[in-house]
Design a protein around this ligand. Structure first.
Ligand SMILES: Nc1nc2c(c(=O)[nH]1)N[C@H]1C(S)=C(S)[C@@H](COP(=O)(O)OP(=O)(O)OC[C@H]3O[C@@H](n4cnc5c(=O)[nH]c(N)nc54)[C@H](O)[C@@H]3O)O[C@H]1N2
Ligand SMILES: Nc1nc2c(c(=O)[nH]1)N[C@H]1C(S)=C(S)[C@@H](COP(=O)(O)OP(=O)(O)OC[C@H]3O[C@@H](n4cnc5c(=O)[nH]c(N)nc54)[C@H](O)[C@@H]3O)O[C@H]1N2
Ligand SMILES: [Mo]
Length: 824
């Protein structure tokens, strides 16, 4: 399948003004062209170049040095509909053109007039001036306050590529500079990745799933619980193979049962003709308990499995039956909370017990208060069903992510640039590098409370006193919760430095903004398929850097030079030498495993090397060896078994994370007694963006409503408020207020609205906490607390609010234009 995308969308810069600008730059001597083109160039300026991105492999057509169209790779089983935005991201008006410094900062120094952050009053400076400023400020803060005063645990989805990995490059430079404060965890699976090792002995969320062909052949009931794989499998952390779609399409053809348990009728529910079980948000644990209670009272549970493969069911049972707290967790009890009729809950229990059932859990339900409980209870439910380790049965926490379940090819694993610290095995973003580390989502709490003690997974620590933050490859003013609290907290910093290629809400808040290249303006190398490992791709440079953009590698090398560490940073290797070193190491691995790979030059010329999928990978069943022999193949838990009760967690003594799965009211819930606001805000990941990436492109025109982020609202809720489809609405609670465009629909449960994460924050009064946001950033409404003392994950899916038709003067959305002075 080929998808051609014409460049009619990308009109940010006309070719003429682009040439004029480049010529002017050259003449002004701001930066020589040789500095702009680090490493090798694409073969010839014009023609077709194959490269890759978070959205897949594609071929770009270049004319006159400009990318004019892109088309998905013809072997991509399901190209992402977001590709036109990828093309537009290169030339969109939000592109950062030059190094810029906030005026007050430039004139008066670190910490000056912090309330002007976000107002867009930037001054253009030369690269030399900008790099000197950054290097001097790192030295000042390290000298006066020590490495624990610099937060460089910069989180975000950056771009793929084993060399131009901006986050790792930042850590690498900061390690050479003397150290920094890093982060632990991520926003994706903050709760799950901490609880799962206690329960299953492993991260679970970033691991290969029982292969799709096995599911297609054996699974009778496929349950997507808080998961929307048709939406989320579009993208990968590396370059996606989209193999998950082949699995889902094949399953669909069998006509077997698919159930989606979600407050929204998802893309997956529609594509797979699934039964939609509409559950109240934040109540899945109650619903699962209701199913578990039915299984137990109707003797449908698998006691043999519980006896052989799990520990602690006996301690959980009194809670389930209500002996320990006086509340039996019956289907009726559950129904009151989760809104699913008791009969339906019982029917699901009987169905799951009588059929080979795969519980495919997504992550929305753990990105909320007490989020640890959801997956723990799901594992408990799967244990009672007793199908874990059987072909097509059990549970899986990554079918919706990066095409989990697409069988793994026999291929070597590419290494990449390192940060000089220790990496946690299996998850490069869990680097332990740094002077200290905080649970990522506690960043604002840290900025507000230097010296405050915090709990995390059985440890106690204190927050450092941060003076400077350095961000690359992420958009915290999109991804973090409670925007207004955050705007205020970031004003405490002396210095905030950001590299990006777009004027994101975060870049606008910075003191020093450095223009990075997109991955289409540099050469790199990457694996295709996070789990499938289907190929290694040459991510070839498509065009020369636009305006004055430079690669993060180049920028950090220049700063390292000013810190006297250039050689340590570059190891005297240029771009192509690095890429060759990663490839050669992979080839060495391959040789040992008798896998054929061409030499580097041939690979680079061909652009891709593909690997074959062995039959055993297509037959892979997660936990089959554990099931065969739990003594010989124990889990990594203290007991070697699935821990329905965890003695380790019991020892921690946390009031918000007891020692077995437990239903606890979240801090706020629309349907709870005394709830202050009537609607739950579901901040589901966007269908037509990757978080905030591509929000600044013309792709927005395909989904925005009245020029704003769509706010999906049920017909009844809309009628009650006199809201019609297409109206501008104000969504508000005590934490914030945003405008959005009403999308009236019956594909969402009454009492729930959807405002997708990643919408760019466009405050009407920048710098002022509480300002109305004109575009629709849902994180103006969300709560900024940890999931619990155990994981301290973010609660991006915890928020209640109300909606009204907006009748005031419509404020302009300004965030999609470059700040004044940055666009000439
Ligand atoms: N309410 C709520 N909030 C959420 C979520 C939710 O469900 N609800 N989801 C959370 C989740 S799971 C995640 S992962 C986060 C995502 O949060 P982020 O990962 O911060 O979001 P992205 O939009 O991917 O931001 C990546 C940024 O990196 C920039 N970038 C890309 N390539 C490069 C490069 O080579 N160099 C430089 N310097 N910059 C580059 C992009 O332009 C973009 O601005 O959001 C979290 N926030
Ligand atoms: N198109 C696209 N794909 C992506 C991303 C993207 O931004 N865009 N981001 C990528 C990243 S970084 C990640 S972490 C993953 C995210 O993967 P997920 O975290 O699984 O994605 P979400 O959309 O946040 O949530 C999935 C579903 O959970 C539902 N949900 C929310 N709250 C509840 C609840 O309380 N109960 C139940 N049962 N359902 C609930 C939402 O309505 C949504 O349909 O996706 C990845 N894929
Ligand atoms: Mo994520």
């Amino acid at each position: 399948m080929t998808m051609m995308i014409k460049n009619t969308l990308a009109s940010g810069v006309s070719r003429r003004s682009f040439l004029k600008t480049s010529a002017m730059l050259g003449a002004a001597g701001l930066v020589g062209p040789s500095l702009l083109t680090f490493g090798a160039r694409a073969e010839g300026a014009d023609g077709e170049v194959m490269t890759g991105s978070h959205w897949g492999i594609f071929k770009a057509k270049v004319e006159g040095g400009r990318a004019v169209s892109i088309a998905a790779w013809d072997k991509d089983p399901k190209p992402s509909h977001q590709l036109p935005g990828v093309l537009d991201s290169i030339y969109s008006p939000t592109r950062i053109r030059y190094p810029m410094v906030r005026r007050a900062y430039l004139e008066k120094g670190p910490g000056a007039e912090p309330e002007t952050r976000g107002k867009g009053d930037f001054v253009r400076v030369s690269w030399d001036q900008a790099l000197d400023l950054v290097a001097k400020e790192i030295q000042r803060v390290e000298k006066d306050h020590g490495p624990a005063a610099i937060f460089a645990g910069s989180y975000g989805w950056k771009s793929p590529g084993k060399l131009h990995n901006c986050r790792t490059l930042l850590s690498r430079m900061m390690n050479l500079a003397g150290g920094f404060v890093n982060h632990i965890g991520d926003y994706s699976t903050g709760a799950a990745q901490v609880i799962m090792p206690h329960v299953m002995g492993t991260l679970e969320v970033y691991e290969q799933q029982t292969a799709w062909p096995v599911v297609v052949d054996n699974t009778e009931v496929l349950v997507f619980w808080s998961a929307d794989p048709y939406k989320t499998n579009q993208i990968g952390w590396v370059i996606p193979d989209h193999g998950g779609f082949e699995g889902m399409e094949a399953f669909k053809k069998t006509g077997k049962t698919v159930i989606c348990i979600d407050p929204i009728r998802t893309e997956t529910a529609k594509e797979m003709n699934a039964e939609w079980v509409a559950v109240q948000p934040q109540t899945d644990v109650a619903m699962m308990l209701g199913i578990a209670h039915t299984l137990y009272t109707e003797k449908l549970h698998n006691q043999d499995f519980l006896d052989t493969y799990t520990t602690g069911f006996d301690k959980f049972l009194p809670y389930l039956m209500g002996e320990s707290d006086g509340t039996p967790k019956t289907a009726e009890w559950a129904s009151e909370i989760c809104g699913v009729p008791a009969d339906k809950i019982k029917e699901l229990a009987r169905l799951f017990a009588s059929k080979r059932t795969m519980l495919a859990g997504g992550w929305g339900m753990q990105r909320q208060h007490h989020g640890e409980q959801a997956h723990w209870m799901m594992v408990t439910l799967a244990s009672m069903l007793g199908q874990i380790g059987e072909p097509g049965g059990g549970f899986g926490l990554s079918y919706h992510y990066a095409n989990g379940g697409a069988p793994s090819a026999d291929s070597p694993v590419l290494s990449g640039i390192t940060d000089g610290g220790k990496a946690v095995k299996g998850a490069e973003w869990l680097s332990t590098s740094g002077a200290a580390a905080i649970p990522l989502a506690r960043i604002v709490d840290m900025l507000e409370n230097p010296g405050k003690e915090f709990d995390f997974n059985g440890t106690k620590n204190t927050y450092p006193d941060i003076k400077m933050a350095y961000w690359v490859g992420g958009n915290p003013f999109a991804h973090h919760q409670d925007r207004n609290r955050m705007v205020k907290a970031f004003q405490k910093l002396d210095t905030f430095i950001v590299h990006d290629f777009q004027w994101t809400p975060t870049a606008r808040q910075a003191d020093i903004v450095l223009p990075a290249t997109t991955s289409y303006e540099r050469n790199d190398i990457e694996q295709v398929g996070d789990y499938a490992l289907k190929a290694i791709l040459a991510m070839k440079k498509v065009i020369d850097p636009v305006y004055e953009a430079r690669s993060d590698f180049d920028i950090f090398a220049e700063i390292s030079k000013r810190l006297g560490k250039e050689k340590e940073f570059t190891e005297d290797k240029d771009e192509m030498a690095w890429l060759k070193s990663f490839y050669d190491a992979a080839q060495e691995q391959a040789k040992q495993r008798q896998i054929d790979m061409p030499d580097f030059d041939t690979f680079w010329k061909d652009g891709i090397v593909e690997f074959s999928v062995p039959d055993e990978a297509k037959a892979y069943v997660r936990y089959s060896t554990f099931r065969e022999d739990p003594l010989l193949n124990p889990l990594g838990t203290p007991s070697g078994l699935i821990e329905i009760f965890s003695s380790n967690i019991e020892k921690m003594g946390y009031d918000d994370c007891p020692a077995h799965p437990t239903w606890m009211e979240p801090v706020e819930r629309a349907n709870a007694k005394g709830a202050k606001f009537p609607l739950h805000v579901d901040t589901a990941h966007p269908i037509s963006r990757l978080h905030s990436q591509l929000c600044g492109t013309k792709l927005r025109e395909t989904y925005s409503v009245a020029g704003r982020e769509p706010c999906m609202i049920n017909t009844k809720d809309a009628e009650k408020r006199g809201i019609a489809d297409g109206d501008v609405v104000r969504v508000f609670n005590d934490r914030g207020q945003v405008l959005a465009g009403a999308l009236v629909s019956d594909d969402i449960l009454p009492g729930v609205i959807r405002l997708s994460e990643g919408a760019w924050y466009s405050p009407v009064e920048p710098g002022k906490p509480g300002s109305l946001d004109a575009y629709g950033d849902p994180n103006c409404l969300t709560v900024d607390i940890g999931t619990s003392k155990l994981a301290q994950g973010n609660c991006g899916h915890t928020a209640i609010a109300d909606v009204e038709k907006f009748t005031g003067d419509l404020p302009k959305v300004t965030v999609f234009e470059a700040p004044a002075g940055a666009a000439e």
